[in-house]
Design a protein around this ligand. Structure first.
Ligand SMILES: [Zn+2]
Length: 512
């Protein structure tokens, strides 16, 4: 009797191993012959575009994701994660200089700043730094584009009460400097003493309110290239912006080379005009945003989890092709591969597209709060949010080493030209005290393992994350297809393997 039972158990075991092998082979086959990672990315970036939280594009992308993943047979939940007080939809933008050496203008505007009132043309002035300078140009400000000081860091002109207080202080300082300079200039006329004026203090758009009231068309600031555009974080966070309290004047960040030329021409008092047509549109708020949580339920341990994640939102100056298309597209393809392979994972696998990562990891924080009870039962969270490079290995604590070696073994069969090595970490990473640079840190802070693949541009595609990070170049075309496709298969194999272990991954030595 006893031996019969043992025999049955052995058969079950072999059968199970055999079917797991079949599933892995199927995943590898899909990865090699029908890998749709770049198709998902194409829809995400080029049908919907920049997926700013609060935009129509974000909501459309979310709906599409739900539809696709349901279509592959996953359970999909849409979980409210927060709201923005007003929504924003970016349209196209154009600008050029009208003069004998006219040129197309290369510029951006931060999200949640206003566009033009159609095509608007005007002359150019430099911003005043003293009341005397303001008075000298106050009538001419009407219908002018005003060059302001400072260099673009992605954020718009600071319109908060704190910035206004600082403006007051600097204006008073500049009045004093103005008086002192005049006095020294007078003395220099009288006795020939060498006169070097003290420079004025600067703050971008020092006479902001006065210039708006004078009827300027917009402000223009110099920007390093590639151009970066973030959003009006301060005004939104302080609750000072909603549909009834929108900015009134465009805030243009112009290519520094063009800015320097235009500033020079304005200083020479040359006759020329700039024209801009900027279509920044708003939506009545509050606009709720949601995480998308797709799942394949565990057959043996449904209350234990393996999580694969990325963030669905992206800055809208580009299309989020890399940040975080490199997370979402392979995640979706990994979900499709596992679903189509017929896998019945022992643990539940969650595929989570977080909202509002760019606004402060808000979707991840909402998820961690809502599902606090699940956090101790997450084997590992594989968050991908750092570029299109392919997995070439993974470094894990010694207690996880054997499991990862076993789970990752089939990865070498995907493409023989891609390396992969599991390594033992010399010492545990420090557990973060506060959530930091990506959604994974929200979970690390709570002790959830977030071990992730080591990635290397080993084929030499010359990828540079700084070039795309929150800039106009974060596009589909900055992605690297073979790397991304390989990533999807690696994620599918690894997530499924961890979900199929007969024990939850050890947390020993995960953090110190
Ligand atoms: Zn990101």
């Amino acid at each position: 009797m006893k031996s019969k039972l043992l025999f049955a158990l052995m058969c079950l075991c072999i059968f199970s191993l055999h079917s797991q092998e079949k599933v892995i082979n199927k995943i590898i086959e899909i990865g090699q012959t029908d890998n749709r990672t770049m198709q998902h990315l194409d829809v995400l970036t080029n049908r919907f575009g920049g997926r700013l939280v609060g935009s129509g594009a974000f909501e459309d992308a979310r709906e599409w994701m739900v539809r696709e993943m349901k279509g592959w047979g996953l359970d999909v939940a849409v979980e409210e994660a927060g709201s923005v007080p007003v929504g924003f939809n970016r349209g196209p933008w154009f600008g050029r200089m009208l003069s004998d050496n006219g040129m197309q203008l290369h510029f951006v505007t931060p999200s949640f700043t206003v566009g033009t009132k159609g095509l608007q043309r005007g002359h150019v002035l430099s911003e005043p730094r003293t009341t005397a300078e303001f008075n000298r140009i106050k009538t001419a400000l009407k219908g002018a584009w005003v060059l302001i000081t400072g260099s673009n860091n992605g954020y718009p002109i600071d319109r908060t009460p704190t910035a206004d207080s600082l403006r007051k202080v600097i204006k008073a300082d500049n009045e004093r400097i103005y008086d002192e300079n005049r006095e020294r200039q007078r003395r220099s006329y009288a006795d020939g003493e060498k006169y070097e004026p003290t420079p004025y203090r600067e703050l971008p758009a020092l006479f902001y309110k006065e210039m708006c009231e004078a009827g300027v068309l917009g402000f223009i600031q110099s920007s390093p290239v590639p151009l970066r555009a973030l959003y009006d974080r301060k005004m939104l966070d302080l609750g000072l912006m909603d549909f009834d309290h929108l900015p009134a004047v465009p805030d243009i960040k112009l290519d520094e080379h063009q800015f320097a030329l235009i500033k020079q021409m304005a200083a020479e008092r040359r006759e020329f005009l700039l024209e801009f047509d900027i279509r920044n549109h708003f939506r009545i708020g509050p606009v709720k945003y949601h995480n998308v949580v797709a799942s394949i339920k565990g057959s043996q341990y449904p209350d234990e989890y393996v999580v694969v994640s990325g963030h669905l939102d992206a800055y809208d100056v580009a299309t989020g092709g890399v940040d975080c298309g490199t997370g979402i597209a392979p995640m979706m393809e990994a979900a499709r591969m596992i679903a189509l392979s017929g896998a019945k994972p022992k643990r539940t696998i969650l595929f989570v597209a977080f909202a509002a990562e760019e606004f402060g990891l808000l979707g991840a924080k909402a998820f961690a709060k809502t599902h606090a009870d699940r956090l101790p039962r997450i084997s590992n969270l594989f968050n991908r949010d750092g570029g299109p490079l392919p997995p070439v290995g993974i470094s894990v604590p010694p207690a996880m080493y054997d499991d990862f070696v076993k789970v990752c073994e089939p990865i070498k069969r995907i493409r023989p030209d891609y390396p992969f090595e599991v390594q033992k970490l010399a010492q545990p990473a420090r557990k973060p005290q506060v959530a930091g640079s990506h959604d994974g840190t929200v979970f690390a802070k709570e002790g959830v393992p977030i071990f992730n693949f080591n990635t290397v541009d080993f084929k030499g595609y010359n990828f540079d994350y700084n070039e795309i990070w929150h800039t106009e170049r974060d596009l589909y075309t900055k992605n690297i297809a073979e790397y991304q496709e390989h990533t999807a298969t690696c994620i599918a194999i690894t997530a499924l393997g961890i979900a199929n272990l007969d024990h939850q991954l050890s947390r020993e030595g995960a953090y110190r």
